[in-house]
Write a protein that binds this ligand. Structure first.
Ligand code: ADP
Length: 334
């Protein structure tokens, strides 16, 4: 990091030096051009006066020779100005583009590093606990209740691994081609079912679902839409604060069907809002973060929504928290 700052400072100094040097050379060229014009003009004036062609400076300034010399001098002045402008504009655009590329590269390196750290942790911890459970089974004679308890834990860890591998596969698939299964999905039922499922998984969180009077059906990919809803609900829990509450609203618009997921969690700073949908992007740094994750969830969510020709937006909830709003086109297969 320190090295990057030093490099940046050095390149800024070099750029500043180039601009100052260029300004100096332009000024010099300008004044030399004027000196040359004045000297040539003066020499000719003296010659013309000596030959009796003109009497004084005023008459000399009316001659064709002077007029041509003056217009040539003006042209040269404009040429210098034009070249200077082109150079400065090209330099500024070039520096801006290099800066953009540099920032992107730094972000990508940071994301890759974060991803590697988090994926290692995400793979290692369930594996370690499954290993421990199996070793306990082998070493000790356990009662039925203990066996039941430990196998449930192992199963939960296996599910976690399964979800992680699924997310990785889905993200890899999105990079290539994601072909949608087209089927009718009853969104009302799906959202109700998933809210109930997550409600029993996280009893400390209050899940609310406001559904429309009549069931809303869209055409789409059931696995993809399920993954969208689960990811958003799980995130609301993961990034929740005290008295966690997650509310889902499903409603029908003119051309689209809207789903809104609102939580009262830690919220997302404005400058992070457009980055959270990037692959592997997680707010903050892996060294200080406490929550688990890979930064793939919202990437998958956005890609699935886009594949359904929908949109997703993120905004602040009041007094605190986050709202994700999804719009999906209406339409069913008859
Ligand atoms: P992960 O949860 O694995 O880090 P995601 O792609 O699901 O990855 O989310 C990216 C980032 O967006 C998270 O690291 C988190 O900082 C932020 N985020 C997502 N959902 C929420 C939310 N409901 N409230 C606050 N922050 C969120």
């Amino acid at each position: 990091m320190q090295r990057n700052i030093r490099l940046r400072l050095l390149s800024n100094i070099v750029i500043l030096y180039m601009l100052l040097a260029f300004a100096w050379w332009s000024f010099l060229l300008f004044s030399k051009n004027r000196d040359a014009f004045l000297a040539k003009s003066e020499l000719n004036k003296i010659g013309m006066i000596a030959n009796g062609l003109v009497q004084n400076d005023e008459e000399y300034r009316q001659t064709d020779f002077f007029k041509e010399l003056e217009s040539k001098y003006k042209r040269q002045e404009w040429m210098i100005l034009g070249e200077a402008a082109v150079f400065v504009i090209s330099l500024v655009i070039g520096v801006w583009m290099i800066n953009q590329g540099y920032n992107k590269e730094i972000d990508a390196v940071r994301q890759r590093r974060n991803f590697l750290l988090s994926i290692t942790h995400e793979l290692k911890s369930p594996l370690a606990s499954i290993k421990l459970i199996l070793e306990t089974f082998r070493k000790r004679n356990l009662g039925t209740h203990q066996i039941h308890q430990l196998s449930s834990n192992a199963l939960e860890e296996t599910n976690r691994l399964h979800d992680l591998v699924n997310d990785l596969l889905l993200a890899a698939k999105m990079e290539a081609t994601y072909t949608l299964n087209q089927e009718n999905i009853n969104l009302t039922n799906l959202l109700e079912e998933l809210n109930i499922r997550l409600g029993s998984k996280y009893p400390e969180v209050k899940f609310e679902f406001r559904k429309p009077e009549s069931p809303l059906i869209i055409q789409g990919d059931l696995a993809g839409i399920t993954s969208v809803v689960v990811n958003l609900l799980e995130n609301s829990v993961k990034y929740g604060a005290e008295n966690p509450k997650v509310s889902t609203v499903l409603r029908q618009g003119k051309e689209s069907i809207w789903i809104e997921f609102a939580d009262n969690g830690i919220g997302i700073p404005d400058k992070e809002k457009n980055k959270i949908f990037d692959r592997f992007y997680r707010v903050g740094s892996e060294d200080t973060r406490k929550t688990k994750g890979t930064g793939l969830g919202l990437y998958i969510v956005k890609q699935v929504v886009l594949a359904h020709k929908g949109t997703i937006e993120v905004s602040d909830n009041r007094p605190r928290g986050t709202i994700f709003t999804i719009a999906l086109p209406k339409g069913t297969i008859s």
